[in-house]
Design a protein around this ligand. Sequence first.
Ligand SMILES: O=C(O)CCC(=O)C(=O)O
Ligand SMILES: [Fe+2]
Length: 334
Amino acid sequence: MSDVNIGDVQGIPIIDFAPFIDGSNKQGVADAMYRSFRDVGFVYLVNHGLPKEKIDEMFDWSKKFFAQPMDVKQLAPHPPSGTHHRGYSAPGIEKVSQHVYDSDEITKIRNAPDVKESFECGREDSEHMPNIWLPEGILPGFKETCLGFFWACYKVELTILRALALGLHLSEDYLVQFHAAPDNQLRLLHYPSVPLSQLKNDEIARIGAHSDFGSLTMLMQDNAGGLEVENPNRPGEFTPATPIEGSIIVNAGDFLMRWSNDTIKSTVHRVRAPPNLVSADGMTPERYSIPYFSSADYTKTVDCLPGTYSAENPKKYEAISAKQYIWQRLAATY
Ligand SMILES: O=C(O)CCC(=O)C(=O)O
Ligand SMILES: [Fe+2]
């Protein structure tokens, strides 16, 4: 049997996903995935099946998009409502600030804007959230690349969901059935270069501590660093999720945590200045990242997953519609 657990980054496991894809050790990968989601909520996958050229191409287009003048990017504006989460959001517009309990800390963090800009899109035929693109003729090829990448990510997501279902001792397609639409979201993120001192003093932030809403997130990051994951056993203690060449990070979201009757962890994370950064000009290098958020289909209602509850460990949650859950969370971010 091949060894699927090939290391860790400060407690975040690194899993070789190839034995699942080639069938040589599906249950081994599935068990490792499940353990990572249960214990940490985060995992690095290598040999995940998302082609490197596709990831590189998407990052190149993301850079081209964010390099456009502000008035061009504003031609695809994110609507004022958080529940239509599509299009371009300029720096400082979106603010994620849950999971902070100390009131002084909340005030400080509310005052510190997230200095990031983002572009969100989903499947082109969504009746719930139509895409918002730049007008025809501006940046030709951008839309096609985003949509191509959206579907490439979806394909990998389905494989990850199969592994996770096996890890939960469910039939392999159990979770896939709830992710058929797909009501997912591809997000391009750009954190501009900012003064290091302001980030360190909490005058500004990159992305504040939060957990993701949906089923799972696949995150592609560049080499800038700065992503930090909370230690689930020691709240308030964050460790860097250092970039690993060729890997994607996969983390569980709040919806999956609830769906799994809290068997799986949706872990708090944030983006700050990279640790030990020494900068000659006092500026933090810019960062690009691409999260892909997977959600259960908005038309579906879920109850706690079979096997996650028993007479001794009863269901903690009522059944809930995915749309109701996700929309509530989205509405709070704008
Ligand atoms: O930029 C990153 O690496 C993290 C982004 C993130 O956590 C999010 O968009 O939910
Ligand atoms: Fe996140």
